[in-house]
Design a protein around this ligand. Structure first.
Ligand code: AMP
Ligand code: GLY
Length: 415
């Protein structure tokens, strides 16, 4: 089979690498991908992810068996609808279903209608009314831009002043453009976070092993929110019963609710959850694989990813099997990220056996240079989280990180 992946980050690198392990797959193209992916035999296609027509023509010319969409923006732009209209096979939710990620208000209503546990909330488009609500409810309280904001549109406000500042930035200063004209204000949930992803085909849900992301830039969850600084899987402090409950009370009713809505979900559904005293509660839904969760979850998959997607596309039952290894991934980011950072820096060279998923890199004169804030992720698997951590940090300690930083505590919460 010849496959096409849409996207260019570490998540897409991990998906492409896993697909290439399948004996059924001869070629994986990635549009646009990144230069680091070439080390793993992934073929790059120089078409931007918003040029649906050029991507469709490419898939037709190359006889692509099916296409897989990594990021949310092309999904919300309707790339799945466009490919399907051209008679091409593609795995991912339609524009109407991807709205589960694209509008927090939609997601909240879906949860309310289907009795899915989540934080209490209210939606505002009026700044004064939003401020009054925050004053009435008190802190801590969580303020979220309704639309997409690259993972940065959420403020957990510990003081009233922080809450009002977040509302001012979103609603009056338009920091997130249109995404912040409407805000969702929700109850603060306390408990351990985890990410539960599943392949979803209409009402059917096929859960993956869980992972835990680290959104803050610095150790001990300090500093600004980022796209994700590292992850690990499994998350031993989350009991199996909590995961089962999340599948039954959250993922299955979400899939059924989407079908009832007339917007059936086909693709990867990501639930960001908090394990509260009253069981798992949703903090967000995404319409795709998570980054960096994918880089630690997919290495644990022992069944054939290409076969799983083929089965989902052709109405067969997919087989998902996982190893019981622990998987840890740590992101190497440019100094200054997520605020201003430099690009064009040399990317460290790793030993051949290191498991590297590239993200913000480009090629110049035959060598890799940084082109983004999150540059790459170093991953490792081992019998325990502690030993997988050791492997990752040993690799990172052996490279020159003058221009870069990484969190030293990925996996610590599991100890
Ligand atoms: P999100 O972009 O929705 O994943 O939110 C970013 C981060 O904000 C999450 O990873 C949580 O740490 C935190 N967060 C979001 N919603 C809540 C909530 N209702 N209660 C507590 N923390 C939250
Ligand atoms: N790891 C969080 C996300 O992919 O949205």
């Amino acid at each position: 089979m010849k496959l096409l992946i849409i996207g260019s980050g570490g998540r897409e690198h991990a998906i492409a690498k896993k697909l290439l392990e399948s004996p059924k797959v001869s070629t994986v193209f990635c549009a646009r991908g990144n230069a680091g992916m070439k080390k793993d035999g992934i073929s790059l296609v120089d078409i931007p992810e918003n040029n649906h027509q050029a991507l469709i023509s490419f898939a037709q010319e190359k006889d692509i068996d099916w296409t897989f969409v990594g990021p949310e923006i092309p999904l919300l732009d309707g790339i799945v609808d466009a490919f399907q209209a051209a008679g091409l096979k593609i795995f991912g939710p339609t524009k109407a279903a991807a709205i589960i990620e694209g509008s927090k208000e939609f997601a909240k209503k879906l949860m309310k209608d289907n009795a899915i546990p989540t934080a209490d909330y209210a939606v505002f488009t009026d700044y004064q009314a939003a401020c009054a609500y925050v004053e009435e409810k008190g802190v801590p309280i969580v303020i979220k831009a309704d639309g997409l904001a690259a993972g940065k549109g959420v403020t957990v406000a510990l003081t009233l002043a922080d809450a009002v500042q977040a509302l001012t930035e979103m609603m009056t200063d338009h920091r997130f453009g249109k995404s912040g004209e409407k805000v969702v204000i929700e109850e603060f949930l306390s408990g351990e976070e985890f990410s539960l992803l599943a392949f979803v085909k209409n009402e059917k849900v096929y859960p993956m092993v869980i992972a835990q992301d680290h959104k803050r830039a610095y150790d001990n969850d300090q500093g600004p929110n980022t796209g994700g600084m590292g992850a690990y899987s499994p998350v031993p402090q989350i009991p199996a019963e909590m995961i089962d409950r999340a599948v039954e009370k959250i993922l299955k009713p979400a899939a059924t609710g989407m079908v009832k809505n007339g917007t059936p979900f086909n693709g990867v559904l990501y639930a960001g959850l908090i394990a509260t005293e009253d069981g798992p509660k949703v903090i967000e839904f995404n319409a795709r694989f998570g980054d960096p969760e994918t880089q630690v979850v997919l290495p644990r998959l022992t069944s054939d990813l290409a076969q799983i997607i083929e089965d989902l596309l052709t109405d067969h039952e997919p087989e998902l099997t996982w190893n019981d290894q622990a998987s840890v991934g740590v992101v190497l980011a440019a100094n200054g990220y997520p605020d201003d950072y430099q690009t064009g820096m040399d990317v460290p060279d790793f030993a051949d056996q290191a498991e590297i998923y590239y993200a913000g890199v480009t090629e110049k004169n035959g060598t890799l240079q940084s082109s983004g804030g999150r540059v790459l992720l170093v991953g490792a698997q081992a019998a325990t989280i502690e030993s997988a951590q050791k492997k990752v940090y040993q690799i990172l300690e052996n490279i020159d990180t003058t221009d870069y930083f990484y969190r030293q505590d990925i996996g610590e919460k599991a100890q």
